[in-house]
Design a protein around this ligand. Structure first.
Ligand code: CO
Length: 497
């Protein structure tokens, strides 16, 4: 019997699942064999594009990101395709001018994206204006997003309280959003806060509400269950092998937990099981990208410091480069301080990278002795208006001698940006064969141009971008085994001469 009000599921396996666990490395060729089966599941949508996929595909996989949409569409004609769009930052790390945003969103509509989850890293809804317009014009689904963030351990306090999220959501609904997503990128939302927040949103909003959270802190599945009780319309889950850890909670337990309840999603458990079995067979190729430094599947630093998993990875690698990994506890404290001084933005791409990099600089060289260009642009207002005012003292220090001016702007950031599309067309006129090619360059000039050279055979693709095969993995494992048995002396095992 069909449930009265089945909760709908967005399957994130093909985007956030492998982005969160396997550094976004999953290749299209490994998606194809399972695509039809995922399509038969009856999911509300499949998130399969956007976020970091565009960057990683062209840069590290030598794959044309646009092709993935068209290829998968052939195998998955029945399930709406969903992408994650960083508002005016598109799938990059800075605000792009309106002409680039318009062309990019139009190209994504043309290629086959149906649902656009649009967020902004400082929750400045003015950064939605341009993309919303294009999505609407194409008759596609606008999912307006509020990034979940906290300043206290739990929901509340002067900035991130229920009113903040409800008012943001109402504003975004008014701008034309077809649904609202609360995006909890760091896995911070706790179960009873999720219940209260979803309840409040369901009361105030006319459009459906979706909750995106991560398993990271260990609260993810608990919070989604409470959200389901509070009436959330859609939740994000991943197939087990690509779920949990820093990814979304797994779909399988939800199918059983909600069976025969009023919110039974009505999905075929055996079919998901088969999808999971397939994913297990390709995981040996991707395991090397997973975090194997800890045995724990949950990241308790999130509960303590509220720093998202991906950000910790970046901080660790920056400190390692500076041979200062022992200063990580200081950096954790400094992240909190810098974030507060910069107006308490949510920690999500790109604000998380910006706050993290500045915190590392402050610890290594003294507070604001060295200031990144990103921090300068941010304080000037080029990323938008943060939830709280920027500390005026810090503002003065950061903007001293800043070429655009020492007084920050208050208007929409993109109004200040010169068009870039024509310049990108000109720069790629000898190599680009389509607007899609031009856009790869417009977003990522260096790696984008390199990719176009590979794509059109002007330069050979290096081995580092070529796929790893299961045979490669097997050969590596055999060598490792020989090494363990002492039958092979590895160079790194030799005593230093
Ligand atoms: Co996510």
């Amino acid at each position: 019997m069909k449930a009265k009000n089945p909760v709908k599921i967005t399957d994130t396996t093909l985007r956030d699942g492998h982005q969160s666990i396997f550094a976004t490395r999953m290749r299209t060729e490994d998606m194809i064999p399972i695509a039809e089966k995922i399509d038969q599941m009856g999911y509300h949508s499949v998130e399969m594009w956007g976020g970091a996929t565009f960057d990683v595909m062209h840069r590290f996989l030598g794959e044309d990101p646009w092709e993935r949409i068209r290829t998968l569409k052939k195998y998955m004609p029945n399930t709406p395709f969903q992408m994650l769009l960083r508002g005016q930052n598109l799938v990059g790390y800075r605000n792009y001018p309106d002409d680039v945003v318009e062309a990019f969103v139009q190209a994504a509509c043309d290629a086959g994206i149906d649902i656009f989850r649009v967020f902004d890293s400082v929750n400045d809804e003015r950064n939605f204006e341009t993309s919303f317009k294009v999505i609407k014009k194409n008759g596609k689904h606008i999912q307006g997003t509020v990034c979940y963030s906290l300043t206290e351990r739990r929901l509340g306090g002067p900035i991130y309280n229920i009113d903040y999220f409800v008012n943001k959501a109402l504003k975004i609904q008014e701008m034309g959003a077809d649904s609202i997503c609360v995006k909890d990128q760091a896995g911070l939302i706790s179960p009873y806060d999720a219940y209260e927040l979803i309840k409040a949103l369901k009361e105030k909003l006319d459009v459906p509400v979706q909750l995106h959270t991560h398993f990271t802190s260990g609260m993810g599945a608990l919070s989604l269950l409470k959200a389901v009780e509070a009436g959330v319309d859609v939740i994000d889950l991943a197939t087990a092998p690509f779920g949990m850890r820093t990814s979304e909670p797994a779909v399988e337990p939800f199918i059983v937990a909600l069976q025969d309840t009023g919110r039974d999603p009505g999905l075929d458990l055996n079919k998901v099981f088969e999808i999971g079995e397939y994913l297990e067979t390709i995981i040996p190729k991707y395991k090397r990208y997973a975090d194997q430094t800890r045995f724990s599947v949950i990241d308790t630093t999130v509960l303590v410091h509220q720093i998202p998993g991906g950000m910790t990875t970046n901080l660790v690698s920056q400190l390692k480069q500076a041979k200062a990994l022992h200063r990580l506890p200081e950096v954790h404290k400094e992240v909190a301080q810098v974030r507060k001084e910069l107006g308490s933005p949510p920690l999500v791409t790109p604000s998380s990278q910006l706050v993290g990099a500045q915190a590392v600089m402050n610890v290594l060289f003294g507070r604001y002795k060295m200031i990144t260009n990103q921090t300068k642009d941010y304080v000037y207002g080029l990323y938008g208006k943060p939830p709280a005012p920027i500390d005026p003292e810090i503002q003065k220090i950061v903007l001293k001698g800043y070429p655009r001016g020492e007084t920050p702007i208050t208007g929409r950031a993109a109004d200040l940006l010169e068009p870039e599309l024509e310049k990108a067309k000109e720069a790629t006129k000898d190599i680009a064969k389509s607007l899609e090619d031009v856009l790869i360059y417009a977003l990522f000039p260096n790696s984008g141009l390199q990719f176009l050279k590979w794509k059109y055979g002007i330069e050979p693709m290096p081995d580092s971008v070529k796929p790893i095969t299961l045979e490669d993995v097997q050969k590596e494992e055999e060598l490792m085994q020989l090494a363990r048995e002492g039958k092979l002396i590895r160079k790194e095992d030799c005593p230093q001469a």
